[in-house]
Write a protein that binds this ligand. Sequence first.
Ligand code: AMP
Length: 428
Amino acid sequence: MTFNDLNIIPEILKALSKENYTTPTPIQEQAIPAVLAGKDFLGCAQTGTGKTAAFAVPMIQLLSEEKSKPNAGRRIRSLILTPTRELALQIAENIKSYSQFTDVSCTAIVGGVSQKVQERALNNGTDIIIATPGRLIDLINQKRIDLQHVKILVLDEADRMLDMGFIHDVKRIIAKMPSKKQTLFFSATMPPEISKMVKSLLVNPVKVEITPVSSTVDRIKQSVYLLATGNKQDQLNHLLEDKAIVTALVFTRTKRGADRVVRDLTKVNVSAQAIHGNKSQTDRQKALSNFKSGVTRVLVATDIAARGIDIEELSHVINFNLPNIPETYVHRIGRTGRAGLSGTAISFCEVDELPFLKDIEKLIGKSIPEVKDHSYPMPRGSHAVKVERSSKPSNFAKPKPANKSKVNPARKPKAEWFKKEKGSRTSR
Ligand code: AMP
């Protein structure tokens, strides 16, 4: 099946092809026709399954078709609620690219940034808002947002909203919308509170359950190097002396970081090119085709630039920097081990990335094996968080309450700092 078989309008097909999407993922295959038919939808799926396009594509299409009618106006006709700012911004970015050839517009409404820019976008009129609960409630209270015309509601990562204590806010927001609307509900797990919500919100939904990403990445051989600060490039050069690494996709956090890695690899005669947002589309495509055809051995990418890239037979993914959003790790390593092939994912972690490592292990539900025998070990003593993580790999489903009597007071400052970090990534 291709996207052409799903009755998608040409404007969206063009955008999907620009993203290099050719085949719909299983959730897209099932959600797109159901949503286009006006049905409610329940997706038991997590990030990495393609769920964003599964709801965004039919939503854009329905809004675009309605817009062509007379007196359609510019009102908020769709609301997507997400637990974190990062997810909201990522969805907004996806929607912007999927809708670029339509006249459907979207705005992210998240905390942590100036409200002014969001107000301006709202004043200009927007069809879709992608919001975290905190800022949305602020703007509703200030009467800057009216949800009375919402026709499609998406609740994304509902179980995470529950975990993060947003469920009451979500209920208050839903109460501001008309009761007659189409609801698309996504959750990786179905705890009782979420099942209750599903029953009260959805009418005869089409239900789809997708195997969790964490199990699909099981066949990928993962490892982590805990490194003393400032040695990542040397470690990478050393790794690439191994000719068994035929192709490697290296992820860096920043565009400048990507350029630096390419420069340093070139110095040691490893063929490498970068793709990131500062490169022209032509340069990006050239870098990608050189990599696919084996002209370059290493492609260095930022997450945004790598999104949607599908490279068959990629043997290695190397995380030069660990991502601060754990799902991004799953996306990254999922680039290897495609179509039943095995793959290898190697991560570099310096002391300030240990909390990210802990978050990742919590998401995938297991500890990533550490490579101990290497030239740049992280100094002893900076492992406090590491010790904590490897002694007790947490489960993806729900963290168990800590047994206070076993907490080592020496570790407390790190844990507090980690909590703060986590807190700062929530919606307000
Ligand atoms: P999501 O689960 O929506 O966060 O998507 C996971 C990743 O897969 C994102 O990087 C998307 O851009 C990418 N993606 C989604 N659908 C497709 C598709 N049909 N073909 C290729 N990549 C896709």
